[in-house]
Design a protein. Structure first.
Lengths: 194, 136
């Protein structure tokens, strides 16, 4: 319940900021970017599995925020939903391009609190999951990224992807079945090690 | 809540009930407690959840926020033509429409005169001139 209230307050803040951005307010634009940048980057990464692609697409999505802000109310959606739709569509379009590089390590700085062996295991696991996710059809990957990692409700994810809730659930079921099939041999071992 | 729907919830959203649609959680929990098959399915999905939770996603680089902020200073916004803008254009649009109608009118009269030189309708020309003045 508290989460819902916080979400509503956040949505209202976004709309107020968008109104100011529509008037050319650069400070409001920066504030809006700050509010959504980390989430957008993670979402784009989950879909593209490529850090530089993800950042480029996030930049493009925010450019669209800036250029279309004066006309934004015509869309008639919450900012978060509309922005997610823009970003997810960009990610899916990018994935369809032939020059897409499917695999890339997350590129996080090494965690000093763990040993080299454990880090190697974690890297291996991350690569395996990244590879399995990268092999999913793009709409399954997008549905999983929105509903699982981004913790979006099924209704909102359906709006983002312009699908019914039933279609979103069907994509999720297929995505998880595919992942279990691909990770099958290592799944039990990974969780036992953890 | 049916066993089939419970199965679909587990397979769609994973083992964590808090990730399931809010409106169905209570009924699903109740049914889950008395359905051993569903509990077994839940354990399988939990393994996948653990792996998905551990897959890291990077934070945005420090440069990205600066690159995005810079866009606002270099790219123009797309503005809707507003009412004031439309009113400003009105005289030009009216003048163009009047010029087009005038051209059509003159053209039509010219054709009639050229085809029927012996039957000039003086009254029509007078009316035409009056209409021309009205247009201007």
């Amino acid at each position: 319940m508290l989460q819902d209230v916080a979400q509503q307050v956040g949505d209202q803040a976004d709309e107020a900021l968008m109104a100011r951005v529509g008037g050319g307010d650069k400070l409001a634009y920066r504030e809006l970017v700050d509010r959504h940048l980390a989430r957008a980057t993670r979402l784009a990464y989950r879909i593209t599995n490529n850090r530089s692609d993800a950042e480029e697409l996030v930049q493009e999505a925010f450019l669209r925020v800036w250029t279309t802000a004066p006309r934004w109310r015509v869309e008639g959606a919450l900012f978060r939903t509309w922005f997610s739709r823009v970003l997810v569509n960009l990610c899916i379009d990018r994935r369809r391009r032939p020059d897409f590089a499917p695999l890339e390590a997350a590129g996080d700085p090494p965690d000093g609190s763990i040993g080299a062996d454990q880090r190697m295991v974690q890297d291996e696991e991350a690569r395996a999951v990244g590879a399995a996710v990268a092999e999913l059809p793009e709409r399954q990957r997008a549905a999983l990224a929105l509903c699982y990692w981004d913790e979006m409700s099924n209704l909102e994810a359906a709006k983002v992807m312009s699908l019914s809730v039933g279609a979103i659930e069907s994509l999720l079921v297929r995505a998880r079945r595919n992942l279990k099939a691909r990770l099958g041999p290592s799944l039990g071992r990974i969780t036992e090690d953890g | 809540m049916t066993p089939e729907r419970l199965q679909q919830l587990i397979e769609s959203y994973g083992a964590e009930v808090d990730r399931w649609p809010r409106s169905e959680r209570d009924a699903a929990r109740t049914l889950l407690e008395r359905t051993p098959d569903a509990q077994a399915q839940l354990r399988l999905e939990r393994d996948l959840d653990v792996v998905l939770d551990r897959w890291p996603a990077p934070d945005p680089s420090a440069l990205l926020a600066r690159r995005i902020a810079r866009q606002a200073g270099t790219v123009a916004q797309m503005r809707r033509p507003d009412a004031i803008g439309a009113r400003r254009l009105l005289p030009q649009v009216a003048a163009m429409a009047a010029a087009a109608a005038l051209g059509f009118f003159i053209g039509m009269n010219g054709i009639v005169l050229a085809e029927q030189p012996d039957n000039i309708d003086v009254g029509g020309l007078v009316l035409g001139s009056a209409a021309l003045e009205a247009w201007q």
